[in-house]
Design a protein around this ligand. Structure first.
Ligand code: 13P
Length: 345
């Protein structure tokens, strides 16, 4: 493990005013996204869509890295250039999703465990050779106050898997993105999300320490502290921002270079506003706070693209708009008024 190198990559991933594009949808997930715009998920369509995102001129001002799916890491653009080369040429760091998705966790009440550790060291060596410099592993947790979810069983099992994954990454000189995602599904309030997030992050960092993961060479990708999607009482933007920063200060060591949030189904505007408020209201934090958004960066360009080559320029404009506003949020300069600057052609 070369910690100097890992730390340099991690710092690059959270460089000032930049964040990460999560474009690592599995074949099943991208199929669902494409179905929403009535596009068939073929290898060529997936390539065309991602090529549209990666070739958007100027995105590198706001995007430090892109998380890819296995297929994309090996794919070539229409003109034969490997997609990884397109990213590297712009100074955007390629990353790779390495978990193999979730399965039922036996002995639990319907909770999930993320799989993919077997053979991971070998896969990691190949990914490094293919150009990946960071990786992602996502644990999926849900809140159900009535049944005590996430259970300690589920937290410990997933935290251990995250820590073992992170150790394997670092041994291969790949920066692990450690992602314990608590889903927004449910009617829980902000305090319940806070408590679940605190228990989760304490458990994750305990396991990371147990497995000797170097905090300087990793990025945390957490959910924000936010009420459930079906909750009647909605917390304000500032309440979400303050609760999220509070829990992170209590749980995340200062040695971690950066925290890059998932958007988790928040609206595009909410995802930007929450990140913006965190950075505006809490300017002197020990780590960078930025984005690693999937849906909140892609929903707009996906819709504008609609599977048609003629729409590429307009879709790229939409993508750049979201990337720029999230880049501003990462330095506390997001203003909802900026939303009006985008006009689709
Ligand atoms: P969302 O921002 O759409 O939640 O996706 C981020 C991600 O990478 C989830 O693993």
């Amino acid at each position: 493990m070369n910690l100097t190198e890992l730390n340099k990559i991690a710092k690059g991933m959270v460089a000032t005013g930049k964040g990460i594009l999560a474009a690592d949808e599995s074949t099943g997930t991208i199929e669902k996204r494409f179905a929403s715009i009535s596009v068939t998920s073929t290898e060529e369509n997936r390539r065309d869509y991602r090529e549209m995102l990666f070739t958007a001129a100027g995105a590198e001002q706001y995007i430090s890295g892109v998380i890819l799916y296995d297929e994309t890491l090996r794919q070539k653009a229409k003109d034969g250039t490997p997609l990884v080369d397109i990213l590297n040429k712009r100074g955007i760091i390629p990353g790779i999703k390495v978990d193999k998705g979730v399965q039922a966790l036996p002995g639990s009440d319907g909770e999930k465990i993320t799989e993919g550790l077997d053979g991971l060291a070998k896969r990691m060596a190949e990914y490094h050779q293919l150009g990946a410099r960071f990786a992602k592993w996502r644990a999926v947790l849900s809140i159900d106050a009535a049944t005590g979810k996430p259970s300690r069983q589920c937290l410990v099992a997933n935290a251990e898997a995250l820590a073992r994954y992170a150790g394997i990454c670092q041994a291969a000189n790949i920066v692990p993105i450690v992602e314990p995602e608590i889903l927004m599904d449910g009617g829980h309030d902000l305090a319940t999300s806070y408590a679940a997030t605190e228990r989760t992050l304490h458990t994750v960092f305990e396991q990371l320490a147990l497995h000797n993961v170097a905090f300087e060479g990793m990025i945390l990708k957490p959910n924000m502290v936010i009420q459930g999607e079906q909750a009647k009482v909605r917390a304000s933007v500032d309440e979400v921002a303050d609760a999220t920063v509070k829990v992170l200060l209590r749980c995340v060591p200062a040695a971690v270079p950066g925290i890059a949030f998932l958007s988790g189904g928040q609206s595009d505007e909410d995802a930007s506003a929450h990140l913006g408020a965190m950075n505006a209201r809490h300017p002197n934090l020990p780590w960078k706070l930025t984005f690693s958004y999937g849906r909140a960066l892609q929903a707009l360009p996906l819709k504008l693209w609609g599977g048609k080559a003629a729409n590429v320029a307009n879709a790229q404009k939409g993508y750049l708009h979201r990337a720029r506003l999230n880049g501003l949020a990462a330095v506390g300069k997001y203003d909802p008024k900026l939303e009006q600057e985008f006009k689709a052609a």
